[in-house]
Design a protein around this ligand. Structure first.
Ligand code: CA
Length: 231
């Protein structure tokens, strides 16, 4: 397994050294930044697998930087562990609201730190896997390869039917009106008649019927459509 690249953003060199030393003989490699400015440079040259982020930094508040990372498309998925001397409940909530994954309160043991890093990485990799493949009933949809199968057999779909099914499978058990579906699947900026939705729903149902899965797409009279395993 390739080594995981961990970025530490911390102005105290003693802490950076301690973490670096503790990574010896682990599958983690440490890169270092002493402030947010350096961190930005490091992140843009190589996306880290996880960031250890100090709360009190010379140039920017760590929590503000965490929020900034969460808002950026390229960095929003990088797990963040806050290193903090603060253990007050309010501070913790502030950090969690900024999208931080976990906390380590200073002074911490490197053993504890490594355990937390492993747990956060495990959690985020599982989430990615889960997001990639969605299974509902006998249907399996791979959002990366855009392949759909049913009990192992390939389901051939047109591009719009795929998008429609993908939307349904990522939002099961919710009723969508035709105009909401147009907005979500076709995109809001072009004008398309609502009955176009019915045409594509019919096509999708026909394909799913070959696999006895057409029951998943349910017509809700007067409201729209719902994708659900429950009949
Ligand atoms: Ca500090």
């Amino acid at each position: 397994m390739p080594k995981k690249n961990i970025l530490i953003v911390e102005d105290e060199q003693a802490i950076r050294d301690m973490v670096k030393f503790s990574f010896f003989n682990t599958k983690f490699v440490l890169s270092e930044a002493e402030d947010v400015k350096q961190a930005r440079i490091k992140i843009s040259s190589k996306t880290p697998d996880l960031i250890l982020l100090d709360w009190m930094l010379p140039d920017t508040d760590g929590v503000d930087f965490a929020r900034e990372l969460r808002e950026e498309k390229n960095t929003c998925k990088i797990p963040i562990i806050m290193l903090t001397a603060k253990s007050e409940e309010n501070d913790k909530i502030r950090g969690l609201n900024a999208g931080v994954d976990d906390y380590v309160v200073k002074p911490f043991s490197t053993k504890e730190l490594i355990a937390r890093i492993k747990a956060v990485i495990r959690r985020s990799t599982n989430m990615e896997e889960e997001e990639k493949v969605i299974k509902i009933g006998a249907l399996k949809l791979n959002r990366e390869s855009h392949r759909v199968s049913c009990s192992g057999k390939k389901v051939a779909l047109g591009p719009l039917e795929y998008k429609l099914l993908s939307h349904f499978m990522t939002h099961p058990d919710k009723v969508y009106s035709r105009s909401r579906l147009l907005d979500k699947v076709w995109g809001g900026d072009i004008y398309i008649e609502e009955r176009t939705v019915d045409v594509h729903i019919r096509r999708l149902r026909k394909i799913l019927k070959e696999f006895d899965q057409d029951f998943l797409i349910q017509t809700i009279r007067g409201s729209g459509y719902r994708f659900s395993i429950e009949e």
